[in-house]
Design a protein around this ligand. Structure first.
Ligand code: IMP
Length: 424
């Protein structure tokens, strides 16, 4: 039986999963997305052509790789079609795309609702990407959501009418404009025709492929601390970007999972609001932001930056069963004179190595740091771990020792090939 290797974010997203996926994808028969929606985004440069992905697994760029969007993903068909057209315009073949019949669809009322709810939160904003992700997942769990297969059913208009009427009542109370059901219906009918050729039962397909011994790489979106259950609630996304979400979002079972790669940066960053124990809201954070180009791929927002938090990393390892770590931006952190690693939290006069997602506890926690020497010099040409300078080795060895998981990928520069890989 084939196995599913999974690539997950270990912290707050934007760890550079795309670079690892890009490397592993070349060796896979299937690229799979199981969670989130177009709140995610990463860009890949191939043969000096830039590709930006929000929904389609980037593995589609590898000739012959099947790209599957699983049932756990929420799909804005307008964005999906833009992505399909953009790939086609660059001469890429998209006939290998498959979309789950069970994935939920994002409608304009989800996006309006996301906007309205954020406004209503006042000073307690989550800082969502305003792509309608949360409201779409809300409808899924409320059981009034519209799935891809419903777009082709005789009850689609009724379902849509009920939803638009209900949402319009809420919009009216909030002085938000009313939405026109007929306009949305005809727009989505057009979308449904365009994507029809890609729609199938992806769970059946995945199990058939696994039986044929095909190798699947699952491209995680968002990250552990943005998980609706295991993240820093309420400053999280509305899905499970952790390992459980990969299972429920695709229909693979626990036995199908092979390697679980946890992606991280040599420092940390966060978009949006919420507690962040190792944040450097000072000149160090500004320096990391500039050196690492820490601005959102989807929203262009400047990211909050800080030191690496090993307390949180150990938690991510436990929650996901991470078997290998991928550390990006070692070159970036190596440009600082001094680097710090958070090895414990101090709270209410006590030291602890246990992570918490409790907002009050996190806000009362301060980081206990170990200090390391920086100034790694230019490491971008290094391709073997043993050739790294002593200071860099000391830093990554301490991370491995603390969490008990080997680092198998080390990003030493922005380019695709600027990477040390220790996997066959
Ligand atoms: P939502 O997913 O748009 O509802 O946003 C909820 C929170 O998750 C916000 O803080 C977003 O900034 C954050 N978020 C969602 N997707 C990503 C991502 O791909 N990278 C980093 N942060 C994200």
């Amino acid at each position: 039986m084939g196995k599913v290797d999974v690539v997950l974010g270990s912290f707050y997203g934007d760890e550079g999963k795309g670079k690892i996926i890009d490397y592993l994808g070349g060796k896979a028969d299937v690229a799979l997305r199981a969670t989130g929606g177009n709140n995610a985004g990463h860009s890949i440069e191939v043969d000096s052509e830039k590709y930006v992905f929000h929904l389609i697994p980037s593995g589609i760029l590898n000739k012959g790789t099947l790209a599957i969007i699983g049932n756990g993903v929420v799909i804005d068909p307008k964005v999906l079609i833009e992505e399909i057209n953009s790939l086609k315009s660059k001469g890429k073949d998209v006939s290998n795309l498959r979309i789950s019949t069970k994935a939920h669809v994002i409608f304009p009322y989800h996006i309006e609702m996301d906007k309205m709810l954020e406004e209503n939160r006042g000073s307690k904003k989550i800082g969502t990407t305003v792509r309608g992700i949360g409201p779409c997942y809300c409808d899924k769990y409320e059981r009034c959501g519209i799935r891809i297969e419903d777009l082709y059913s005789s009850h689609f208009k009724d379902l849509l009418t009920r939803n638009v009427e209900n949402k319009n009542k809420i919009f009216a109370i909030n002085n938000y404009p009313q939405l026109d059901v007929d306009k949305i219906y005809s727009e989505y009918l057009e979308y449904s025709k365009i994507i029809k050729e890609y729609v199938c039962d992806t769970t059946v397909l995945i199990h058939k492929l696994l039986k044929e011994d095909k190798k699947i790489i699952c491209e995680g979106a968002q990250a552990t601390l943005l998980d609706i259950d295991f993240g820093s609630y309420p400053y999280v996304t509305s899905s499970n970007p952790t390992i459980g979400g990969i299972i429920t979002g695709s229909g693979i079972n626990a036995h199908d999972i092979g390697e679980v790669y946890g992606v991280m940066k040599a420092y940390s960053s966060r978009v949006g609001a919420g507690p962040y124990v190792t944040e450097q809201d000072n000149e160090i954070g500004d320096k990391i932001r500039e050196l690492g180009h820490e601005y959102g791929a989807t929203t262009k927002r400047p990211r909050r930056c800080g030191y690496l938090d090993l307390v949180a990393l150990k938690y991510a390892v436990l929650v996901n069963g991470i078997t290998a770590l991928c550390i990006n931006h070692l070159d970036t952190i190596g440009k600082l004179d001094k680097i710090k690693l958070c090895v414990a939290y101090e709270r209410d006069g006590k030291k602890t190595e246990e992570f918490t997602t409790n907002e009050d506890e996190l806000l009362r926690s301060t980081a206990v740091y170990e200090e390391f020497k920086g100034n790694f010099g230019d490491i971008s040409k290094i391709r073997k771990r043993c050739d790294l300078p002593k200071n860099a080795l000391k830093y990554i060895e301490r991370i491995e020792e603390y969490v008990g998981v080997p680092i198998k990928f080390i990003g030493v520069g922005a380019k695709r090939e600027e990477m040390i890989c220790e996997v066959e």
